[in-house]
Design a binder for this molecule. Structure first.
Ligand SMILES: [Zn+2]
Ligand SMILES: [Zn+2]
Length: 477
């Protein structure tokens, strides 16, 4: 660590300022209304130290920091002297008024002026020290929210507010010392004011504390409003009817997906023109007017392997959808028509992010049909007996050579649950096998040069060439 440590420290993000705190904005624990009461047997301190260097002079008159807290008239007068805006005056004044918000504060101010003429002629500081005049920006912020969400389909909003830490600290200090007990803290009151403004402008809007359709982030320093359109998730199963289709989009190896000017991919940026992800996802992306998709499958088959039977469970994540409410049945038919003979989807339903991890973590048994050739087939009985001898066996599989560049080299034990439907066609042999999750099935046949033990090749004592493989079922869901 010879680098400039001081710089490093200065550059470190301030945890309190992080955007993730937005999620909790407006949901601070309720204030305890008894906080400001002094216990009966507690001795009042004689020379209480009020002045800690923060007293200031306004128009030549020293502010009386020693005033009692609101709702005492002197407390309210104090708030007016230090420049509280009407909204904050109402918020910390602790008095019931006929009006709420700024209008309620104006009433408190008027009655304080009536009590004390001098107070009226007093010129307070420009900025409200409790909110730095942010309450006067509420309409402006609401306008921006309405503008930026107007074109978007949504059922729920979450509001997150980023308030500078020093403003919060100063507000808390003034409120707890001079405000009425139980006064609402700034952040909660400010969030409520914005919500009320938005609700007035948008019919039937609902605010939530988690999983919103739109996350609205407001930066109080810049008054910038950022709308984060949360993704939607759809569960389904796909059958892959053709070979040569990868599950997810593969960028072109020659241009690494840049596309422009690449002859290898004819400027598509793709190594394979089709993928299960895009055959499904592009139709959804169009229908939901979204930016992009992510595809989460319950495992994956090789490019040249079909996936039949009930199909493979997946979750499609659709990013930044401008439209969220669509007829899944209709889109399913559109996918199945446009991708006919390549893939087919079924069992669609709406879901959420938590199902992505379930899909990824499920370790399901799978059934396959596999076809291979033998150079010198022995007689039928021998072949069938040899293949059947692997039913119920536990294989030892060293990581196959074909995947060793991306998987750790280690030995796994995987069970062959059952074998059936052995069929012979001259030199071609076909059988079905059900095995434990994570079994390398091609290797079960050809042995991967002895890395899988035992194997069809070892029990038949000759080379076996795999012709094709189909996933027949994924025993899950
Ligand atoms: Zn204020
Ligand atoms: Zn390319």
């Amino acid at each position: 660590m010879t680098q400039n440590d001081t710089d490093g420290q200065a550059a470190a993000p301030d945890a309190e300022d992080e955007w993730q705190l937005y999620a909790t904005a407006g949901y601070a624990a309720a204030e305890n209304p008894w906080d400001d009461l002094v216990a009966v047997n507690e001795k009042p301190e004689e020379a209480e130290e009020w002045f800690d260097g923060d007293d200031f002079e306004v128009e030549g008159a020293t502010i009386d920091w020693d005033s009692p807290p609101c709702p005492a008239p002197l407390g309210i007068a104090h708030m007016i002297r230090i420049g509280a805006c009407d909204t904050c005056l109402h918020r910390v004044g602790g008095r019931r008024t006929d009006e709420v918000g700024a209008a309620g504060g104006a009433l408190l101010r008027a009655s304080a002026f009536a009590r004390d003429k001098e107070l009226e002629s007093f010129t307070p500081p420009d900025l409200c020290p409790l909110c730095e005049d942010l309450f006067s920006d509420v309409d402006n912020i609401v306008e921006r929210i309405v503008e930026q969400t107007g074109e978007l389909d949504h059922g729920s909003l979450q509001i997150g507010i980023h308030v500078p830490k020093d403003l919060l600290a100063e507000e808390d200090r003034i409120r707890t010392r001079h405000g009425a007990g139980g006064s609402r803290p700034f952040k909660a009151a400010f969030t409520s004011a914005i919500k009320a403004g938005v609700a007035e402008r948008m019919d039937g809007v609902s605010f939530v504390k988690e999983r919103p359709d739109l996350m609205i982030l407001i930066d109080c320093l810049t008054l910038r409003v950022n709308v984060d359109i949360r993704p939607v998730f759809i569960y389904g199963r796909y059958r892959k009817l053709g070979r040569g289709i990868p599950q997810t989009r593969w960028p072109c190896r020659a241009c690494r997906g840049r596309a422009t000017g690449c002859e290898a991919c004819e400027e598509t940026g793709l190594q394979y023109p089709d993928s299960v992800q895009d055959l499904i996802g592009e139709t959804f992306r169009d229908a939901l007017s979204a930016d992009d998709t992510s595809f989460h499958g319950m495992g994956r088959e090789d490019i040249d392997v079909r996936c039949l039977g009930r199909g493979r469970p997946f979750v499609l994540e659709i990013k930044r959808p401008r439209i969220r409410r669509v007829d899944l049945e209709k889109i399913m038919h559109a996918v199945n028509t446009s991708a006919a003979d390549k893939i087919e989807i079924s069992d669609l339903r709406w879901t959420n992010r938590s199902e992505v991890s379930r899909i990824k973590e499920t370790r399901a048994e799978k059934s396959y049909t596999i076809r291979f050739t033998l150079e010198n087939p022995p007689d039928e009985k021998q072949i069938i007996a040899a293949i059947n001898s692997l039913s119920g066996v536990t294989l030892e599989q060293q990581t196959p050579k074909r995947v060793s560049h991306r998987r750790a080299d280690k030995k796994r034990r995987r069970k062959v649950v059952s074998i059936d439907r052995i069929e012979l066609f001259d030199k071609e042999i076909q059988f079905s096998v059900r095995c434990e999750a994570g079994t390398y099935v091609k290797e079960l046949v050809h042995s991967d040069e002895g890395r899988t033990v035992p194997s069809i090749a070892s029990v038949l004592e000759q080379d076996c060439q795999v012709l094709w493989l189909d996933v027949e079922d994924i025993h899950a869901d």
